[in-house]
Design a protein around this ligand. Structure first.
Ligand code: NIG
Ligand code: FE
Length: 390
């Protein structure tokens, strides 16, 4: 198999403390890496790099593990720019807007939905994302949830069944019947296409008992849990995520001190989505308290047409640093290794021998520039499984 040497790396982030300077980012300077097929086969200082069949220069830029965006809703039609504009003039965000997208999604042919995902995943690749989780949740019928997941599965293995996103209009008078549908026929149709089960546990969406019923049924069908928790207010979402051994509790915007202790003790990742707070003009989650308590923090985009229509992990890194007071090192780790932890993946989010060759090359001498130069397209190349994608 052909070996490729990526050389002229001024700063290489490995996320392996034992490989580099001892920090959790495992930084190496004047470094190189060698890729064979889909995997990294060598990492180290450039001067001791082995010979390879092909040599590619990183032009003195930094190389970072590809971003692992562990929370995105990419299967939908239409947009909600008017809702965003109204919000910026003072209207609050609520879970109700989801229904607008549900109507547009149900009406859209498969090609339109898939075309939208192609466009969004291409945007993500250009910005250094190499792994993306994709949820259903804008179909909310058996057929529309199943086709949403089948489309998502064309782009990623990290597919999440979110039939319990909101109760659709036709079940407004009988939410219990909708939960029965989600946990019965809809789950059965979704199961072959999904790895994860998710529920939006929030006032206006699903309450504690309904969320438990959804997660219980999903786990019984062999799916692993993740939860939309404590986004719009305090509530039982985080507690339930811990109770069900979820991989992650996502949002955590309104986490109490007890919730934070619970996350730390249960080893549930807190996936913070600062693009949502930015785009809904809401207070940010207390990342510092979570880090101080020893919680594993991930960063993700939540890319969706309502609460946050960005596909940019570099933007989320910049927001985490500026608005949540994470250090640039903490933010980069959370956007890469943290995302991998939130998806229970050991093969991505780090650059060491045996890991997938998923990485981004930056037109900057250090990863710090991702936060220091917000809004600047610094990613010059993204490699997924050793292949240049953009
Ligand atoms: O994660 N919170 C629930 N779902 C999405 C928003 C969906 C929408 O507004 O369309 C979120 O923020
Ligand atoms: Fe979400």
């Amino acid at each position: 198999m052909t070996t490729v040497l990526i050389d002229d790396i001024t700063e290489l982030v490995t996320n392996c403390a034992e490989l580099g300077d001892g920090s959790s980012l495992g930084l190496l300077h004047d470094a190189a890496l060698v890729v064979e097929g889909e995997r990294v086969v060598w990492v180290g200082e450039s001067t001791s790099a082995p010979a390879a069949d092909v040599r590619v220069s990183a032009s003195g830029g930094a190389v970072v593990p590809g971003f692992v965006d562990s929370h995105a809703h990419l299967v939908f039609a239409g947009d909600r720019a008017a809702e965003f504009a109204a919000r910026m003039e003072g209207r609050p965000y609520s879970a109700g807007g989801v229904k607008t997208t549900v109507a547009a999604t149900r009406a859209a042919p498969d090609e339109v939905l898939a075309g939208n995902v192609v466009r969004l995943v291409a945007e993500m690749r250009k910005q250094g994302t190499t792994t993306v989780e994709i949820k259903s949740g804008y179909g909310l019928t058996v057929a529309d949830e199943a086709r949403s997941l089948a489309i998502a599965g064309q782009f990623t293995d990290e597919t999440t069944f979110l039939g319990a996103h909101v109760v659709p209009a036709e079940y407004a008078d009988d939410p219990a019947a909708y939960v029965d549908l989600v946990t019965g026929p809809m789950l059965a149709a979704a199961r072959p296409h999904a790895r994860w089960i998710d529920v939006f546990c929030e006032r206006g969406a699903f309450d504690a008992d309904q969320a438990r019923a959804v997660l219980r049924a999903g786990q019984a069908a062999g799916l692993q849990a993740r939860v939309h928790a404590n986004q719009l207010g305090e509530g039982p979402g985080i507690e339930i995520a811990c109770e069900f051994d979820a991989a992650a509790a996502d949002h955590c915007t309104h986490a109490t001190a007890a919730d934070i202790d619970n996350l730390a003790n249960a080893g549930v990742v807190a996936t913070l989505l600062p693009g949502v707070e930015f785009a809904t003009r809401s207070p940010y989650p207390d990342a510092r308290a979570m880090l101080a308590a020893g919680v594993t923090v991930a960063l993700a985009t939540d890319c969706n047409p309502g609460s946050c229509y960005t596909s940019s992990m570099p933007l989320c890194v910049a927001l985490a640093v500026r608005e949540m007071r994470m250090s640039p090192a903490e933010a980069l780790w959370s956007a890469t290794a943290g995302g991998a932890a939130a998806l229970r993946r050991a093969d991505v989010g780090r650059l060491a021998v045996g890991a997938r060759a998923d990485f981004a090359v930056l037109d900057a001498p250090s990863y710090v520039h991702l936060a220091y130069r917000p809004g600047v397209p610094l990613v010059t190349a993204t490699y997924v499984g050793g292949r240049l994608t953009t």
